[in-house]
Write a protein that binds this ligand. Structure first.
Ligand SMILES: *Cc1c(COP(=O)(O)O)cnc(C)c1O
Length: 401
């Protein structure tokens, strides 16, 4: 019993790559050498003072960190609680994703790789990857579903401007899942010179842990910033939206074992959790394997992956990272599901109350204030994972502005 309890209390990855029962590395044998090389080296490389120095310097001078922790006064008044926004939207390229791609490009260089591949859905991770490849002068190939290439033309143009080659994935539903399969296929064929930059806290071990650690700068900053604002490091609540779970993992990381911090994870309910058009993995998902890890996954009774749906391309993923599956299963995090309509309304509200146009992903996190009430002296920190420039057309069409 005792051992069990201790196990449940650990929310970090263990040496085998598991968060409780989730995680691991379920990969084809031909991928083993690539993943194993990374597994053996990632912690060692990240601990090198030279690596740390270069990573932190780029986060500061290139990304623009620390991102502000902003007290949203008018939003707080409306909901009668103290709301702080962690402004990842102000990072270079407009979201948190750059924290991870900077980390991984430095990792790739240390491992002697000179060719970078990535998958992308909406194109945000593709842009963040193309950006760091340009920065480092490395070849960049981005796999993207043919449908997504059509839907996300501005991001395709950005990647091309930055010098990346965008290859359409023509199989299956021709979206993110298929682009990921193509990237994996490429990596199998190019094991020696290529590094695969995964864009969220998913994939085979060590990816979820490596991505989480690169994103953990978010919670590291929240700690000292909240101390400056409120005289204490720990908020009462932390809120983040979850696609694969990288902005959430980074927001929670340094607070996972602080019992006085409540964690809220926000998923996309699309047209409604029971509508058949959603991405609410914690409610609809069962244990399964996707892209190399065991996690909660939306699937049919015979194990076929269900097509997810959300108005927000960044949350449109049929699984969650293994850390979040564990946080869900153990009850450490409270999961909430937000529909398209609720998110869009919350996004517009932030524009009007604070003069900030949020990414639709981030709008999901903001929408919880309509569903859940907080005490007037509660400190609630929300990860504003990205800016809404990429979503303007969606907002305008939705609101008929
Ligand atoms: C990609 C993206 C997300 C979802 O990805 P996570 O890995 O779950 O963080 C959320 N917000 C924005 C702005 C994004 O671009």
């Amino acid at each position: 019993m005792n051992g069990n309890k201790e196990n449940n209390m650990n929310y970090n990855v263990n040496e085998k790559g598991y968060y409780g029962e989730f995680g691991g590395a379920y990969i084809p044998e031909m991928l083993y050498p690539n993943v194993e090389e990374l597994r053996q080296n990632y912690l060692k490389v990240m601990a090198e003072p030279e690596f740390q120095k270069e990573f932190n310097q780029l986060l500061k001078d290139y990304v623009g960190r620390p991102s502000p922790l902003y007290f949203a006064k008018r939003l707080s008044e409306k909901y009668n609680t103290k709301i702080y926004l962690k402004r990842e939207d102000l990072n270079h390229t407009g979201a948190h994703k750059i924290n991870n791609t900077i980390g991984q490009i430095l990792m790739a260089k240390r491992l002697g790789k000179h060719r970078i591949i990535a998958e992308t859905g909406a194109g945000q991770h593709g842009v963040a990857t193309a950006t760091v490849c340009a920065l480092m002068g490395l070849e960049c190939i981005v796999y993207m579903g043919e449908i997504d290439i059509k839907r996300q033309a501005p991001n395709v143009a950005r990647m091309k401007m930055l010098g990346a080659t965008v290859i359409p994935a023509l199989s299956g539903s021709r979206t993110l899942k298929d682009a990921t399969n193509e990237a994996i296929r490429d990596w199998i064929n190019n094991p020696v010179d290529t590094h695969y930059i995964i864009g969220s806290a998913i994939g085979p071990h060590p990816y979820p842990d490596m991505v989480t650690k690169f994103q953990s700068i978010i919670s590291e900053e929240i700690k000292w910033q909240l101390k400056e604002h409120e005289g204490r490091e720990n908020p009462d609540y932390l809120v983040a939206c979850i696609g694969g779970g990288s902005n959430a993992a980074g927001t929670y990381y340094h607070f996972l074992h602080e019992n006085d911090v409540n964690i809220i994870a926000v998923e996309a309910a699309g047209l409604g959790v029971d509508s058949g058009e959603s991405a609410a993995t914690s409610v609809l998902g069962k244990e399964g394997i996707i892209h190399g890890c065991k996690t909660l996954l939306m699937q049919t009774n015979d194990g076929q992956i269900t097509e997810p749906y959300s108005i927000s391309a960044g949350l449109d993923y049929p699984g969650v990272g293994p850390m979040h599956a564990h946080l869900c299963k153990t009850g450490r995090a409270e999961f909430m599901a937000i529909t398209d309509d609720e998110a869009m309304k919350a996004g517009l509200e932030l524009c009007k109350l604070e003069g900030i146009i949020p990414a639709i992903e981030s709008s999901h996190a903001l929408a919880i204030f309509e569903q859940k009430s907080f005490k007037s002296d509660d400190v609630v920190v929300v990860s504003l994972s990205g800016r809404g420039d990429k979503d303007l057309e969606n907002y305008i069409e939705y609101f008929k502005i």
